[in-house]
Design a protein around this ligand. Structure first.
Ligand code: SAH
Ligand code: DHB
Ligand code: MG
Length: 222
């Protein structure tokens, strides 16, 4: 599923609303050179994260899944003075590239890049009584989304916005009998969102250069 019209419209909107600059371009080039998978958020989704961070006035951001730091750049650029992004990555090769990309972008001083399996860092943050995050972006291994949501609720306050990437997976999420762990993880995550009285959640299907996928957007109520 990849209609050429989606790509034309994605390009049209991206040129106007989320044009690449030197740092964003250099980041995607460095990722490709280092052999990282091209699974960064699209420019328009990066810009959506940026807009949401600004709208919420978020000062502390948690990102689960850094890759080369492309989405981290969009998030960090939306921070007010004194703000910080904590971003979790388990792959040392990815973390090295992300550090270089964020440094080149002049943003590394705003970023706390934690190299460890995310579940470990999340437990550590909770154990150390980390103050609640204002904004959370979940974008790491899909089978762990349910576990990440449980931690995120413990690291939130009323008003915290939680965005999760890849909740549609080319439509595969409607297949209850799917044998893909990614699909089952996302399905369980969506069921948790639906059943969680502390959250109010919506989701958007997205199409474009990165194919057919979607994001869930939740706000913590209490
Ligand atoms: N947010 C990035 C893309 C993230 S891709 C962007 O849009 O630019 C998903 C990342 O999650 C990969 O870099 C992968 O190494 C990382 N990841 C996978 N499993 C993880 C885990 N258990 N803990 C932390 N990071 C993990
Ligand atoms: C995959 C992961 C992502 O975060 C994404 O945006 C697209 C694809 C993947 O693991 O295939
Ligand atoms: Mg993703």
């Amino acid at each position: 599923m990849n209609d050429p019209q989606w790509q034309l419209v994605d390009d049209f909107l991206t040129e106007r609303l989320a044009p690449a600059d030197a740092a964003l371009k250099a980041t995607l080039e460095a990722n490709a050179t280092a052999g990282l998978p091209a699974i960064d958020v699209s420019p328009l989704l990066g810009k959506l994260l940026h807009v949401l961070v600004k709208a919420v006035g978020a000062r502390s951001i948690l990102e689960i899944g850094t890759l080369g730091g492309y989405s981290t750049i969009w998030l960090a650029r939306a921070l007010p003075a004194g703000g910080k992004v904590t971003t979790l990555e388990s792959d040392p090769d990815h973390a090295i590239v992300a550090k270089a990309n964020l440094t080149r972008a002049g943003l590394y001083h705003l970023v706390d890049l934690r190299l460890a399996p995310a579940a470990e860092t999340l437990a550590e943050l909770k154990a150390q009584a980390c103050p609640p995050f204002d904004f959370i972006f979940i974008d790491a291994d899909k089978p762990s989304y349910p576990e990440y949501l449980t931690w995120c609720l413990q690291l939130s306050r009323p008003g915290t916005v939680i965005v999760a990437d890849n909740v549609v997976r080319a439509g595969k999420i409607v297949d209850a009998s799917s044998s893909e762990p990614d699909v089952q993880g996302i399905r369980r995550f969506l069921d948790m969102l639906a059943a969680e009285p502390r959250l109010s959640t919506s989701a958007l299907q997205t199409v474009g250069k990165k194919g057919y996928d979607g994001v869930a957007i939740a706000v913590v109520l209490r």
